[in-house]
Structure formats: C-alpha cells, structure tokens
Design a protein around this ligand. Structure first.
Ligand SMILES: [Zn+2]
Ligand SMILES: [Zn+2]
Length: 314
C-alpha cells in the first residue's frame, strides 16, 4: 500500500514518510502556500495565546485549542488565590470569634459576682428589717406591759386599800393620778432642804419622790418604763397614761417653782465658806458652783437617779 501527497501527488511507502515530506519538501511547501494551506513556509503560524511557531495552519489551530486550556488554568489559579484569601479571612474571623468568646466568659463571671453581691445585700437588708421589727415589737410590748400592770394594780388598790406601801413601791405601781399642779409643787418646795440641795441629783430625786411622786399612802405614781432611754410614765387626772421621756414634763413643772429655793441654798453655802477662811476656799467654791449647776440643770444625772428609784424589773 502506498500514500499519496494531496498537494504534490507524490507517492510514499509509509504514512510517517508522507508526513515528514509534507513538513520538509520545499517544492511541496511552495504548493501548500500557493493554495492557502499555510501562510508562510517557516515560522509563519503563531499561537494567539503563547506566540508559539507552527509550520502549518491546522497544526497551529490544533494547538490553540489546547492553549485555551492554559487560560482556563490561569483562571483556576486566580480562583485558588481567592480561595486562599477567603480561607485566611475565615481564619482571622475565627480568632476574633474566640476572643469574643473569652470576653463573653469574663463578662458572665463578672455578672455572676454582681448577682452574688446583690443577693448578699438583699439578705443583709432583710436582716435589718427583721431587727427593726423585733425592736419595734419590743417597744410596743414594754408600753403594753407597763399599762397593763398599772391597770391591774389600780384594781388591786381599790380592793385592798390596806396593802403595804413598801410592797407597792417595789412593784412600781401607778396608784392614782399624778398631781403636778403649781399648788402641789409650791407646797413641796417648802420641804426642799439644804440637805436635799447639797446631795444634788440624788437629793433632788429623793425630794421629788417623797413630796411629789407618791400619794398620801406613800404609793409611787411615777414609774420608769424604759431604763435605757430613761423614759417614764404617769397617769393624768382624766385617767390617761402619759409617757414622759427624759422626765421633761416633770422637770418643766418643778424648775420654775424651785429656782428661788436653789438660790437661797446657794447663798447659804457661800456664806459658810466666807466664815472659814483658808486655802481650800477656791476648791470649796468650785464645789458649791458644781452642786448649784447640777440642781439647776436637772440633767442626765437627775434622770438616772429617778430611774434608780422608779424602775422595777418585774
Ligand atoms: Zn507533497
Ligand atoms: Zn499557544
């Protein structure tokens, strides 16, 4: 079998020798150029993508088809680069997310601590409320007990008028109403002695008890209802139980009535110092002033003396 060249009609024994002929035989290449199968004899066919040289047009066209693949590969590379960028961004996003998670955890811990503190505060606040309530209840109970005691003892007094005054004293009973009228006090002032005066608060309290705060049967009509706050109670003519914090009502009743008597006793004390003239004069006069001031002020010391004499644990 033989192979004929389609351009120059020459015969060949094999297909490979024919192909070699078509690429190399100058006269055949001339014919190929003349009929338009190739544009130039050598180096005339260039790939539009990579400018590679081809002898024949069909060879160049075949190559260009595969050369498109190169372009596709470029796109693939670009896509790959973008994929890489996206992956990197995703990674950064993950790091940011992790940081956010940490911050969120810290916030939760802080929040839990705040909640605990708030709970502690609520508990403390509740305790304060409870203590307050207990304290209020205690105060109410004290007043109620004092009132009940006085009512009970009033009844006892009516039934058994022969009960001894000393036992009544011990129970701190308000037997009848307390008379703080100026007539009563005026009369009592007559009994306020120099001895009372010189014993200052103690003497003043004794004088009050003996001449104002007890009835004819020596029953106490003025009692201490709260030892710590030095609060007292008595019954008015209309039968109401009246509270007297710091004995203010008693003090303001006796203060103006007693002031002349205090001045008189003060004069007596100073005149006594004048009789004996020695080095202790200044100390004695200091003491005189001190005694006078304590009597005049009727302060906390006086209240404490009253508490001692009018308070009963029962
Ligand atoms: Zn040929
Ligand atoms: Zn190419």
């Amino acid at each position: 079998m033989s192979y004929q060249c389609e351009f120059c009609s020459k015969f060949f024994m094999s297909k490979s020798s024919l192909n070699s002929h078509k690429l190399k035989a100058k006269y055949c290449l001339e014919i190929q150029k003349n009929i338009g199968a190739i544009s130039e004899i050598k180096g005339s066919e260039l790939c539009i993508h990579c400018s590679k040289e081809f002898l024949r047009k069909d060879q160049r066209q075949t190559h260009e088809l595969s050369c498109n693949q190169i372009e596709i590969n470029e796109y693939r590379k670009t896509i790959q680069t973008r994929d890489d960028t996206i992956a990197q961004l995703m990674n950064e996003l993950k790091i940011s997310n992790d940081k956010l998670d940490l911050i969120s955890k810290d916030l939760k811990i802080s929040n839990d601590k705040l909640c605990n503190t708030l709970t502690d505060l609520k508990v403390a606040n509740n305790n304060v409320e409870i203590y307050k309530k207990i304290s209020d209840e205690k105060d109410t109970l004290i007043v109620k007990l004092s009132t009940e005691k006085s009512v009970v003892n009033n009844t006892n007094c009516n039934n058994t008028s022969s009960s001894s005054s000393s036992s009544n004293r011990q129970n701190n009973i308000i037997m009848g109403h307390l008379d703080l009228s100026s007539e009563k006090i005026k009369l009592a002032v007559e009994s306020y002695s120099l001895e009372h005066y010189n014993r200052a608060s103690a003497g003043l309290a004794d004088w009050c008890i003996d001449n104002l705060l007890t009835d004819n049967d020596n029953n106490l009509q003025y009692i201490c209802s709260d030892k710590n706050r030095r609060c007292f109670q008595f019954k008015t003519e209309s039968g109401d139980i009246v509270s007297d914090p710091n004995a203010d009502k008693l003090k303001s009743a006796i203060k103006p009535m007693l002031s002349d008597r205090l001045r008189i006793h003060k004069k007596i004390n100073f005149s006594k110092i004048g009789d004996e003239s020695d080095d202790e004069d200044s100390t004695k006069s200091d003491l005189c002033i001190q005694i006078h001031n304590e009597n005049k002020t009727m302060g906390v010391e006086f209240e404490k003396e009253l508490v001692k004499k009018t308070y009963s644990k029962k």
